[in-house]
Design a protein around this ligand. Structure first.
Ligand SMILES: [Zn+2]
Length: 224
């Protein structure tokens, strides 16, 4: 791919730090799509693409999808027209191997532009994720502490039952944090060494974090 300079943001942060939320808020502001591996997987599986079927063959065996398959899906996604100006990466790259591959695939258009790292404590991550409750019938997301339903355990919209997803139980969150520290946290050093890393305190209101991100992207003060 040989194109002009594009903007590629890589958002880093533990699960629950708010990467997805912040990426979605930035989309319209920057005119760049948010790209999450979850969305890419769902797209390829739903459309039975060659890569989707390949990924499925691993998942059916209970194996992890290999990095090179994930990397090819991302590469494929970046060819789409909405990525002409770049993209906001949410959950990719998640290890050093993927980070090097991402550098290679964006090299022609200037490489990674900036890596905002949203930091929160493990306790805060735990509190945010394990407090989530999802409606069984409409999928609306609540939080026992920050966004409780009017009546405990019941959806305000349709009276559906609220439940704790398997992904959000304390055991799973502990494991997700472990995987992050083991596989993804080396990227902190990697991007720091490339002078691309900026730390943002994520223990604050969504709007405050968003404002700081925008200031950073506008070329404001270096945060760290
Ligand atoms: Zn509902």
């Amino acid at each position: 791919m040989s194109q002009g300079k594009r903007t590629f943001l890589v958002l880093l942060g533990v699960p629950g730090a708010g990467k997805g939320t912040q990426a979605r808020l930035l989309e319209s502001d920057l005119g760049l799509p948010q790209i999450s591996t979850g969305d890419i997987f769902r797209y390829n599986l739903k459309n039975d693409t060659e890569l989707g079927l390949l990924a499925k063959s691993y998942m059916d065996k209970g194996d992890l999808v290999p990095d090179d398959v994930t990397i090819r899906m991302v590469e494929d996604r970046l060819q789409r027209e909405d990525c002409a100006g770049g993209a906001i990466m949410d959950g990719f790259p998640r290890n050093l191997f993927q980070a090097r591959a991402f550098d290679a695939m964006t090299a022609d258009s200037g490489g990674v532009s900036l890596v905002p790292m949203i930091t929160i404590s493990d306790e805060e991550a735990m509190r945010r994720i394990t407090g989530r409750r999802v409606c069984r019938s409409c999928g609306e997301v609540y939080h026992v502490e920050f966004n409780p339903p009017k009546q405990e355990g019941i959806c305000d919209k349709d009276g559906g039952e609220l439940y704790l997803r398997n992904d959000d139980t304390p055991e799973t969150v502990r494991n997700r944090l472990y995987v992050y520290y083991k596989q993804t946290s080396p990227l902190v050093g990697y991007y720091f060494a490339h002078d691309l890393l900026f730390e943002i305190d994520g223990n604050r209101a969504i709007e405050t974090v968003q404002t700081e991100l925008k200031t950073l992207l506008a070329g404001g003060e270096k945060v760290t």
